[in-house]
Design a protein around this ligand. Sequence first.
Ligand code: ADP
Length: 540
Amino acid sequence: MMQTPLLVGSMMEHAEKFFSKKEVISQTHDTLHRLTYKEVGHRTRRLMSALARLGIEKGDKVGTLAWNHHRHLEIYFAAPGMGAVLHTINIRLSPEHIIYIINHAEDEILFIDEDILPLIEKIHPHLTTVKAYVIMSDKSTLPDTTLQPLYNYEQLLTDGDPAYPFRHDLDENDPAGMCYTSATTGKPKGVVYSHRGIVLHSLALGLADGGAISESDTAMPVVPQFHVNAWGLPFACTWFGSTQVMPGPRFTPQRLAAFIERFRVTITAGVPTIWLGLLQELEKGNYDTSSLRSVLCGGSAAPLGLIRAFEKKYNIPFYHAYGATETTPLVTISRLKSYQQDLSEDEKLQERSRQGILVPGLEMKVIGSDGEVEWNDEEMGELLVRGPWIADAYYRDERSELAFIDGWFHTGDVVTVDKEGTMKIVDRTKDLIKSGGEWISSVDLENALMAHEAVFEASVVAIPDPEWQERPIACVVLKEGYEGQVTKDDFIQFLEPQFAKYWLPDDVLFLDAIPKTSVGKFLKRQLREQVKAHYQIKSE
Ligand code: ADP
């Protein structure tokens, strides 16, 4: 067979050739833009020529600090398309972490959204490698700023060459992109994506039993483009010629609901907190969501109650998927097998709330204290994965040796697998609660609590216990109107029939909000501190 390289730039060329009339609809700060792939292709080529003129060479890192919009999409293809490396930076991280990430990656140039400018102005004296800044804006004038030199994105494009070629002389194993994990502990860790990894991962997003994205879709990735390449959707959707809807800066659940209705969105993707917010909005407004055929949900466990609400109340198919920054990210997706369609409605929901089965192309194993565990849905162990879109190291980071061992990525997730091969995340290794020599899954308790009608969000953490080692404490945020209507005992009674007695939380705390990470996951480290402070327990 021929050895033709799998290259990111070729995906855009494909869209230009075969889907030139299809559209990218993009909300920026000021304007709703509608561009065809022909236009996006030309703009990407202009941008490549501008990067070359600014001195960007093969292997250089091109940093972005931006929301989901067409300009960001163009950099997704322009940087790797001319041999450079797209480095998406999580704008919600602390300034210290952003400085660390930019210096560690050695970014040469930074593309920034207007509203991120004040942040970069504050930190730019600490940036050691950045030689130029580009502001992405609908305005033609440059803002008054201390950043030097600063270019206007649209001006660079105007001066660029619309016929500039995508490079074909790259190795498919060359770096195309990079992203740092959002660091629930320690400094962020960098992951480098190869051209080959991104292209093969995109194929998995197109498989009927994978992401099932096709030309006929109108896709709205809600997961930020600065988080694991918006789960690879911008790459796959461009390649397949799907219409893309990009919700832009600081979107609200209202904008998401309105865009779904207005643009007849068929597929969308994001973390559970986004869908909890959208659900509240759908309950308030009278939106037409009948176009939606797939909500992809991952990043943290999707509570069963959430899946039920989308599917039963709004008739919106909801698919639970699992992955990580290190895995590009798609690893498993939860779809029923043909012969599971006969299960009862409840059994189907139970099955669908699991994280699902491995997408073709990857391998997995589950390692317990005595080696590989049986797939009997009872034995727990850490999930290990490998495959062509799984990283094999962190970027220049000695912590690599803790996670990448003997050719396997150790995910840090504790799972069980049933006889069907369907995986269920029990917990993150560090969040499992050890009580009297037994393990308690904080995720199971959270999901059960979030199925209660009064609960908006719930998170469960351990506190140290002299007798049992650790005990679970539930933290609950009530839905509007339920304050004072439910008590701790109501929740314990609600959980009692579902769990062994020792699983029941020792206490239920009512909070206004649960602290979250920069990508909307429960920030358990901070919550644990809050809970300990509540009981006046000293931190070690
Ligand atoms: P971070 O480690 O900073 O949270 P990632 O965004 O890469 O960075 O998160 C990956 C982790 O998110 C996984 O290891 C897993 O713990 C969790 N995760 C991802 N998808 C799911 C899911 N569907 N259910 C439960 N946990 C999930």
